[in-house]
Design a protein around this ligand. Structure first.
Ligand code: ATP
Length: 920
């Protein structure tokens, strides 16, 4: 094959093109050839400039302002001849950086893994079989199959187009989708937008379907050539991070002011300048919360990883945060609330309804052979037409397991159910298609809620079961005719039908018939069934205008199939959990109002009988909808654009909306929603790209699980902030108050750095893996504008910090007054251990530590024990005593420090107990 991307592909005719690409488009590439080309061209991906290399992370760690201040102070210490201090400061810098680096690296890895997962899948034909592969594995020459909603995975040449339309705004700026065809084009320098037989990576198919052959991949594509990279998983700052950064700046100024006061007070007391200088630096490093935004990123990224294990793939980091404050979840019905395992159970033709399961019980179809159809089909022309039409106007593929005698289908489950039902009575899709090949089609779209196919057939070859159709129209003079089949929602189908098939005759579709059809439709829908109607039309030839308007008119209504699609068993519980958590689930479906209501009632979503239909929505003004939107839980027969209207009305009412969607037209609503949720299995690439989160299992319960995770992560970030800020406050109080009590500096600069390293470091991080609290899904969502210090946290930081500082200092003061030399070591130890008590107490906001158990956060327990052991080493090992200027405590001094340090823990536990009393 010639060099990747160097050809004028659009100028070639198809045979020349195939020859140049060295591919047989019927078969696709062979496995060997794929391997060969993969080695030659590499993976089909754009070079990602968004991920940070480990070096960059390390550099960022070392270039933080506080780290630089520390390094400078180490250098100054060294110049002043205090080598020990210099080395210790450097070690502390290194330990801090290692901690920061590993966390951030893990977070980066987690995000990179998520990005990889977000790569779309694509259907390719290789070695004669259609298979689904990651777009990353495509090579030039691959034959790809595209449909409405697919994103174009690589630059390619169109070799088949059925009304294929592609939106190329990314490359051409043109927002209107353009129709693609297969004819060669003239002009070497034709603009990209005019190359109507080419497809370009990053653009999206919005309508129709088509087949194309990949011409260039990865950085050789047009998109690769222009520098603009599309990053799927965004790294934008989250609202919380932005707020924290602002807050951090404010706090930094406050902390520096306090440090300045301590500095001056120290000097006034006659402390040496050098000591005060070092103290000031240590305090500044300890008190300025510069690491907060980074911790948030880490917590969110690791949270996103945890969500993945619950089948929710996060595409945009802020979503993790927003999820916790969702107040309504708008969900599709089919596949999200239900299993999307459709089975045809009822047929209804000309007012005659039959239990399909009962009817076919005694009939076993022959597989792989042209079996004669079941008596039901032979005796009833309407049933024959209904099932034949439903199978022909259908993109699902019949799969027969002859050994097990099993029938299954690949493709859309609704269509699969029809193909299987027909095969059950001996009407095999491949046999029908052999006699009546598809000549043209108007694809399904969720606005029309129907699709149409046109089939050519030799009149003489009509299978016996279809003979009645032949009688339908006098085509005696012709040998060939065209059958148009439309299938879709019954209400709409009746509008484009003018006649009805009754016992082998055609009658006018008068009000009498319409009412009967509608009554039967409603009765089935009321039982929660999905009902699809079939209507046909005969022509002598394929009409010139194959459009919805051109062919979907004047049809003969044949009948209806009713299928059941059971509700997902886990959804009922998930709905209850959501409601308990102050989140209202809403169903928005394209299905029939009665079907929707039936399922919504079964799942506990519908609280009343009200269903609002797309038609009603269309005539409602925005004001009218806003006035009622809080009372509507079921929307049916909606079109995708109605979803946007609903999201906007809900948001106007102050709701934080999660909205699911799978189709191309759902993209605007997904983008507008606070959390756009796409379907991993049935969703189109377009919907996935517009989403914040993808449900890998298409399951509603997963959204609720993700909300729970979101709340947990938000809570844990709050706990982390509460913990570090309280610790900082404690240290500041100790240093600030001591001079007023006439005491010298209670903590040495290195002790301050030590407390900061061991306490903020490991125990703080372990808080971010704290399990979900028991009442997480029993309380109302927090408002996204809520201050992270809300719900009394700021107050608590102040008083607990004060308590921590004063307890340590008061105890120290008593021993200072008694002129016990170890008083400073006692303050140091009490303060460190008080922080350990604090971290254990704030693991839960409401429950006591004894209720949740010490072992329920093992990393935290480990961090606390490790800190304790390290503290003991610092007090008792001569090597550390020398560095940290500590004195070995006597057993009684140690016990006094220990007991004093537990004051904070018990105070908080008592506060929680009082709070629980009040709430119960
Ligand atoms: P949800 O939005 O809850 O997933 P849905 O799957 O029913 O609901 P759509 O896929 O838009 O929504 O389908 C809407 C209607 O279109 C269905 O009720 C059905 O009547 C009709 N329909 C669905 N699939 C097909 C199809 N393959 N061919 C023809 N008509 C269809």
């Amino acid at each position: 094959m010639k060099e990747n991307g160097a050809q004028q592909w659009h100028e070639m005719d198809l045979p020349k093109f195939e020859q140049t690409m060295e591919v047989n488009t019927q078969q696709g590439l062979s496995a060997d050839e794929v391997q060969h080309r993969q080695a030659q061209y590499g993976p089909n991906e754009l070079i990602d400039r968004g991920t940070k290399s480990p070096w960059k992370i390390l550099l960022e760690q070392l270039s933080g302002v506080m780290v630089i201040i520390l390094i400078v102070s180490a250098v100054i210490s060294a110049l002043l001849g205090e080598y020990k201090d210099a080395v210790v400061i450097l070690i502390i810098v290194i330990l801090n950086s290692i901690l920061g680096f590993t966390q951030e690296y893990r977070a980066e890895q987690a995000m990179a893994a998520l990005k990889k997962m977000a790569v779309p899948h694509v259907r390719v034909r290789r070695s004669g079989h259609v298979q689904e592969i990651s777009a990353r594995d495509l090579v030039p020459g691959d034959v790809i199959l595209l449909e409405a909603g697919s994103s174009i995975p690589a630059d390619s040449r169109v070799i088949e187009s059925v009304n294929l339309r592609v939106q190329e705004a990314v490359l051409t700026g043109e927002s209107e989708a353009v129709e693609k065809h297969t004819d060669p084009l003239k002009g070497e320098n034709l603009a990209l937008g005019d190359r109507r037989n080419m497809l370009y990576m990053g653009t999206v198919a919005t309508y129709g379907r088509g087949t194309a052959v990949v011409t260039s991949t990865g950085m050789h594509t047009e998109l690769g050539r222009i520098a603009e990279m599309i990053q799927n998983v965004g790294q934008e700052q989250t609202p919380l991070q932005r707020r924290l950064e602002q807050l951090g700046r404010g706090l930094a100024i406050a902390a520096l002011a306090i440090v300045f006061v301590v500095f001056i007070l120290g000097l006034l007391r006659g402390e040496p300048l050098r000591l005060m200088f070092q103290t000031a630096i240590s305090m500044a490093v300890a008190a300025v919360p510069e690491g907060l935004p980074a911790v948030v990123t880490i917590a969110l990224a690791l949270g996103a990883q945890r969500m993945l294990s619950r089948h929710a793939l996060i595409r945009k980091l802020p979503a993790v945060e927003t999820l916790g404050s969702v107040t309504v979840i708008c969900s599709d019905k089919t596949g999200t609330l239900t299993e999307n395992r459709m089975t045809v159970t009822v047929l209804d033709v000309a007012g005659n309804q039959m239990d399909f399961v009962e009817q076919v019980k005694s009939f076993t179809p022959h597989m792989d052979t042209k079996a004669s159809p079941a008596p039901l089909v032979q005796e009833n022309s309407a049933v024959a037409l209904l099932l034949t039409g439903g199978t022909l106007c259908n993109d699902a593929i019949l799969e027969e397991d002859t050994q097990a005698g099993d029938l299954s289908a690949i493709g859309d489950p609704t269509e699969g159910a029809l193909v299987i039902a027909a095969a059950r009575v001996g009407l095999r899709k491949p046999d029908l298609e052999a006699v009546m090949p598809r000549a043209a089609e108007v694809p399904f779209d969720s606005d029309r809620k129907r699709m149409t196919t046109l089939h050519r057939f030799q009149i003489s070859q009509l299978p016996e079961a279809l003979q009645p159709l032949w009688n339908a129209r006098a085509l005696a003079a012709q040998s060939e005719a065209v059958l148009t089949v439309t299938k879709g929602a019954v209400d709409g189908l009746l509008e484009v039908s003018s006649r009805v098939w009754v016992d082998g005759r055609i009658e006018q579709l008068n009000d009498h018939w319409k009412e009967r059809v509608q009554a039967a439709n409603n009765a089935m829908a009321q039982k929660g069934m999905r009902v699809l109607g079939v209507a046909v039309h005969m022509d002598a030839q394929v009409p010139t205008d194959v459009s919805a308007e051109g062919v979907e008119k004047d049809l003969i209504f044949i009948g209806m199939t009713g299928m059941i699609d059971p509700a997902r068993p886990e959804v009922k519980d998930a709905v209850a959990v959501a409601k308990g958590a102050g989140i209202r689930p809403i169903m928005i479906t394209g299905d029939h109002p009665l079907t929707a209501l039936s399922i919504a009632k079964e799942l506990g979503i519908a609280t009343q009988h009200r269903v609002v239909t797309g038609q009603e929505l269309a005539v409602m003004s925005d004001e009218e909808l806003r006035a009622q939107v809080d009372d509507i839980s079921v929307y049916a027969r909606v079109s995708p654009e109605h979803k946007l209207k609903i999201v906007q009305a809900l948001q106007f009412k102050g709701h934080i909306v999660a909205m699911t969607g799978d189709g191309v037209n759902d993209a605007p609503a997904l983008k507008r929603a606070d959390i756009g949720v796409a379907m991993g299995i049935t969703g189109t690439d377009v919907s996935k790209e517009a989403s914040d989160m993808i449900l890998l299992d298409d399951n509603f319960a997963t959204i609720v699980a993700a909300v729970e995770e979101g709340r947990r992560i938000y809570d844990n970030i709050r706990k982390f902030i509460r913990y570090t800020m309280t610790s900082n406050a404690g240290e500041i109080w100790v240093m600030l108050v001591a001079p007023f009590l006439g005491m010298p500096m209670p903590l040495t600069p290195l002790q301050i750095l030590w407390i900061n390293l061991v306490t903020d470091g490991l125990p703080g991080l372990a808080l971010t893996v704290e399990p979900t609290e028991r009442n997480t899904m029993k309380r109302k969502p927090h408002h996204p504008q809520e201050n992270i210090f809300g719900r009394g946290m700021a107050r608590e930081i102040l008083w607990v910090g004060l308590l921590m500082g004063l307890v340590s200092l008061a105890m120290g003061y008593i021993f200072f007054k008694q002129e016990v030399a170890a008083w400073q070591t006692m303050v140091f130890t009490t303060l460190t251990l008080a922080q350990m008590g604090h971290v254990l107490a704030i693991r839960t906001e409401r429950d006591s530590l004894f209720q949740v158990g010490l072992l329920s956060n093992k990393p935290l327990l480990g961090a606390v024990l490790l800190t304790f052991v390290l503290q003991m080493m610092v007090i008792y090992l001569p090597f550390f005593q020398d560095i940290f200027q500590t004195i070995a405590l006597t057993p009684s001094q140690l016990i006094i420090s220990l007991v004093s340090s537990t004051v904070v823990f018990f105070s908080l536990e008592i506060m929680k107990a009082i709070q629980r009393r009040k709430e119960d």
